[in-house]
Design a protein around this ligand. Structure first.
Ligand SMILES: Nc1ncnc2c1ncn2[C@@H]1O[C@H](COP(=O)(O)OP(=O)(O)O)[C@@H](O)[C@H]1O
Ligand SMILES: CSC[C@H]1O[C@H](OP(=O)(O)O)[C@H](O)[C@@H]1O
Length: 405
């Protein structure tokens, strides 16, 4: 094993290659290639590969600032520790859906994990119009097992308190509090709004007090509901897929938060792809209808699998004396569902007008067509937030999406 690094410094391809040899991931004489492949908003990601036998690893390193903005936005390196610890905990619960961590160092802020380059990032796969038959089942299972077994329902309640203290993540939570729950709902300078969309945003979002009241409640839930260890950023860019595999990466926003948060993030990003397909597949109406149907089926099946699996875990692994009380499970699931819809609405809106848009929509080059998708998303996001307590079944949610024009 390597001698522990005592000073932080950002890796280069050369030092990343050297680190992988020091960690004995490879033999000293192996010829290695090293490439920085990070395309996310925050971190460096190096792929190190033996050029002869093609064995490879990923070294992810946090930078002391937010890469998308630059050094003017300092950011804690502790997010790397959180990500490593979250991946390890998740691997205990759902190993087939999580990359294995081989090494982590909180000083150097690195996590060494499986290379998943044989898979594709879900967002890219969906933009290309690909369907993934295992996706809904896998994410439903992922959500049920991680959310249940890290909560007071499925984890010894003393152990849960101790575990929650390892996932205090104030700086990354603040990013979400600002970028998801606050800035998009005001005329804030972090927002990224085309001039031609500003009037619509002003009238539809910023001037709607009823919407703001509901967002305030959802933000309060994010701030105070320490129910379970959530991934914290479960968008379609955080999921690797193929026809056979689904692997969830990038839990640096993990913290003890509301059950519905990850469910809502996943649904929101499927909805954004759904709306963007109005443009991407405009010239193939039949394929568009079929693909959008597929996306709605993924939303439906994910929730149904989550609900069934959560119910089974609740019945088979209860940690609380009240869990066999009539109606408790049903009420818990209903609250998770309405929270999830509200969070989904906030996430849809933030990706349309806040910092850090999504490729599904930003890749639409015609500004008028892009704005039309954004307007649809903003009004649908609003509906989800305001109507979340009336949308009491997955069928009702899917109908709101498919009826939305
Ligand atoms: N384990 C991995 N295997 C292969 N590629 C990866 C892996 N982890 C990350 N990547 C690549 O790096 C990109 C950014 O990774 P991500 O964890 O999302 O970084 P960030 O935290 O900056 O968003 C991913 O979109 C993917 O292309
Ligand atoms: C300044 S961070 C913006 C945004 O980036 C994160 O996503 P990712 O790193 O996975 O692309 C997260 O969603 C943050 O809200």
């Amino acid at each position: 094993m390597a001698i522990k690094q005592v000073v932080y410094e950002p890796l280069t391809t050369d030092t990343a290659r050297e680190l992988s040899k020091n960690l004995q991931l490879f033999n000293q004489n192996d010829q290695l290639s090293a490439v920085e492949i990070g395309d996310g908003n925050l971190n460096l990601v190096f792929r190190i590969q033996n050029v002869i036998n093609e064995k490879s690893y990923i070294i992810k390193q946090a930078l002391p600032y937010a890469k998308v903005v630059g050094t003017s936005w300092p950011l804690t390196l502790d997010r790397s520790r959180i990500e490593g610890e979250s991946l390890k905990r998740t691997y205990q619960l759902v190993p087939e859906l999580t990359p294995k961590v081989y090494y982590s160092d909180s000083t150097l802020a690195v996590t060494v994990m499986d290379d998943l380059s044989h898979l594709i990032i879900l967002r890219k796969g969906l933009i290309a119009g690909n369907q993934y038959p295992k996706l809904a089942k896998d994410i439903g299972i992922f959500l049920a097992h991680t959310l249940f077994f890290n909560s007071d329902f499925g984890l010894n309640q003393q152990d849960k308190k101790i575990q929650s203290s390892q996932f205090i993540n104030p700086e990354l939570c603040k990013i979400t509090e600002d970028l998801v729950f606050t800035d998009p709902f005001f005329d804030h300078d972090t927002n990224n709004i085309d001039d031609t969309l500003k009037l619509f945003v002003t009238e539809t979002i910023w001037a709607d007090p009823a919407l703001k009241l509901e967002v305030a409640k959802l933000k309060q839930a994010f701030l105070t509901k320490g129910e379970t260890l959530v991934h914290g950023d479960l968008h379609t860019g955080s999921i690797f897929v193929s026809e056979e595999e689904t692997i969830v990466i990038d839990p640096e926003f993990a913290y003890y938060g509301p059950f519905g948060f990850d469910v809502g993030a996943f649904i929101a990003n499927l909805i954004l792809n759904y709306l963007a397909q109005d443009v991407h597949l405009a010239v193939q109406p039949q394929k568009k209808a079929e693909f959008q149907r597929y996306l709605l089926d993924v939303i439906t099946e994910t929730w149904q699998v989550f609900e069934q699996e959560f119910t089974t875990l609740w019945q088979e692994h209860p940690q609380d004396a009240f869990m066999n009380v009539d109606g408790y499970l049903e009420q818990t699931l209903q609250t998770i569902f309405s929270d999830a819809i509200g969070f989904a609405g906030c996430k849809v809106i933030r990706r349309m007008i806040g910092l850090a848009g999504v490729e599904d929509v930003e890749s639409i080059t015609d500004v008028n067509l892009r704005n039309q998708v954004k307007k649809n998303a903003l009004t649908l996001g609003k509906k989800l937030i305001v109507q979340r307590n009336e949308l009491t079944s997955i069928q009702k949610l899917v109908k709101v999406v498919s009826d939305h024009a």
